[in-house]
Design a protein around this ligand. Structure first.
Ligand code: FAD
Length: 531
């Protein structure tokens, strides 16, 4: 079956389901978790529908730091199992399922007067342990080089903006970086569609009643009942709407968007310790298209969950001030070209747990703090899979890096609960659309920038410009995105409007000035769309 998503396919498949065709598994939410569940279930031979109230990657998944972590932070906190899970999943993404979307990135901790000798020694131990985990997970040093100490000149070559005075050298460690988080979600959804999953955006699930799911088509305003033998709730920070027993404590993480030139075009991520904290750092991570994301904060975000969270002035201040302590020349607000915030769907529990655990009071993810205040930075990053009395399997918490495990556990639980005839999970060996071994990707006849986003499909994106070379020109000042990419998004990636194009299929929307410039081109692409 085709992996292409489009408005026409959406309308056809929604009509089929609305007319009474039953699916085995209906997934609510198309962030990285829900898209992963859709792929896992479809690959096991189940009939699947996956719905999102908005768009692919509309929620937290698009506001991440875009890192595929090896679990260093969990090692430091003593969570060995979780750290190994991260390293193993990083290996699968980097080497098998999405080598086009994930690359190795050096992270450099400059040894400035801010970093005491004790902290340096501790960091070296942590980096060595992370290296050992990399090796145990099977990732060769050729793919993710070993951690090492470097001299001051090498630090300044990689990070030209770092303050020279008092610089004693640096520690460098390597981890995985996604070209963009929504690219992963889109690739998962399309791979699932290729295995027959119906991927339906702009479909809000309003209620689940036994085997009947009430859906509002937000494009037309019409309501439908879809029949499903099992339902997986993968709605992230919105999970409580479908299962009120799930206990979450969302935490807001904010990033600033900087032009790379403001930091002298860094070739590595800059790691800056947060003063007064033992295990907290701020990162300035280079991105494609001449940008750097500076993150990140960790602030409790209690109260109603907004569709799009907003960074606060205090968070912007904190990030700039922490970074400036390490720079030769301080950055100012004028260097900030954008800012974004996301809500982590953290379990209100220290221990978390997967595999259907529930609190003693029947709540899932009950707070183990005994009433004491718990900082969100201390809350568990584990995931929880919980099947409610109403038969809805909720999967929540975790990380973008570990989405595949979360999906596997959720499908296992839903299959067992509903008695579905399903094969075993096979996603550890299932390449996503565009994936190919690194040696093949290196020979794909297309610009490296496109190969990093579309992998082996990059030549097909270029081919859309045959007879119309204008489509290969950047659509606006300040971006390298071309018209061909927008057209591809509409024809193959299910983009339904300009917001889908600018805010998710591409990330031009992260810089408001560039977004305004690109708006006309995005509108124009729908006019080109074939009937
Ligand atoms: C600032 C920040 C940085 C992070 N950085 C990293 C990182 O670098 N690496 C990493 O591994 N992890 C990172 N994480 C964690 C990671 O981003 C999240 O764990 C993950 O994206 C959560 O994905 P999800 O699919 O569970 O939720 P979401 O992405 O929020 O998806 C939920 C979806 O459900 C939909 N929905 C909600 N209600 C309904 C309904 N009633 N009907 C239909 N659809 C509905 C929403 O529209 C949404 O698209 C970060 C998190 C934050 C906040």
């Amino acid at each position: 079956m085709s992996t292409s998503l489009s408005g026409a396919r959406r309308a056809r498949e929604l009509a089929e389901l609305a007319s009474g065709r039953e699916v085995d598994l209906l997934v609510v939410g198309l962030g990285v978790t829900g898209a992963g569940v859709a792929l896992d279930a479809a690959a096991r031979g189940l009939r699947v529908a996956a719905l999102d109230a908005h768009d692919l990657g509309f929620g937290t998944s698009r506001w991440s730091s875009k890192l595929v972590h090896g679990g260093l932070r969990y090692l430091a906190a003593g969570h060995l199992g979780l750290a190994y899970e991260c390293a193993a999943e990083r290996h699968i993404l980097l080497r098998r399922t999405a080598p086009h979307l994930v690359s190795a990135l050096p992270f450099v901790l400059p040894l400035t007067p801010l970093v005491s000798p004790a902290r340096t020694a501790l960091s070296r131990v942590g980096f060595a342990a992370a290296d050992a985990l990399r090796a145990v997970a099977g990732t060769p040093a050729a793919a993710l080089p070993r951690a090492r100490r470097i001299g001051a000149a090498e630090v300044l070559r990689l990070l030209p903006a770092v303050r020279r005075a008092g610089l004693r050298g640096g520690l460098v460690q390597w981890d995985g970086q996604l070209v963009d988080d929504v690219r992963l979600v889109v690739a998962l959804a399309r791979t699932a569609a290729g295995r027959g999953a119906r991927i339906l955006t702009r479909c809000r699930v309003e209620a689940v009643d036994g085997g009947s799911v009430a859906v509002l088509d937000t494009l037309t305003g019409s309501r439908h009942a879809i029949r499903a033998r099992a339902v997986v709730n993968a709605t992230g920070v919105w999970a409580q709407h479908l299962d009120p027993t799930v206990r979450l404590r969302p935490s807001r993480g904010t990033h600033l968007v900087l032009r790379a030139e403001a930091l002298g075009h860094p070739a590595a991520a800059l790691v800056v310790p947060v003063p007064g904290e033992r295990n907290r750092f701020v990162f300035a991570v280079p991105q494609p298209d001449g940008l750097v994301y500076l993150g990140l904060t960790d602030e409790a975000a209690d109260g109603p969950v907004p569709d799009v969270p907003e960074p606060t002035t205090a968070e912007i201040r904190f990030l700039l001030e922490t970074l400036n302590a390490t720079l030769g020349a301080a950055l100012t607000d004028a260097d900030v070209v954008g800012a974004f915030a996301g809500l982590r769907p953290l379990l209100a529990s220290r221990a978390g747990g997967s595999g259907g655990s529930a609190g003693a009071d029947g709540s899932a993810g009950a707070d183990g703090s005994g009433g004491r205040a718990v900082r969100t930075a201390d809350l568990s990053r584990r995931h929880l899979v919980h099947t409610s009395a109403a038969g809805i399997t909720t999967v929540v918490g975790g990380k973008l890096t570990t989405y595949r495990r979360m999906a596997r556990d959720a499908v296992d639980a839903a299959v067992a609960h509903a008695g579905l005839p399903a094969a075993a999970c096979r996603t550890a060996w299932l390449p996503l659309v565009g994936a190919a071994p690194a040696s093949v990707l290196a020979r794909v006849p297309a610009p490296a920038r496109l190969v990093a986003r579309y992998g082996a499909e990059a030549p097909a994106v270029l081919a859309l410009a045959q007879g119309d070379p204008e489509l290969l020109v950047p659509i606006a000042d300040g971006t390298e995105v071309t018209g061909a990419e927008l057209l591809w998004a509409v024809r193959h990636e299910g983009a339904l409007d300009v917001d889908d194009l600018l805010d998710r299929r591409t990330r031009i929307g992260l810089r408001p000035v560039d977004r305004a410039r690109a708006l006309a081109a995005a509108r124009g692409v729908f006019a080109r769309q074939e009937p």
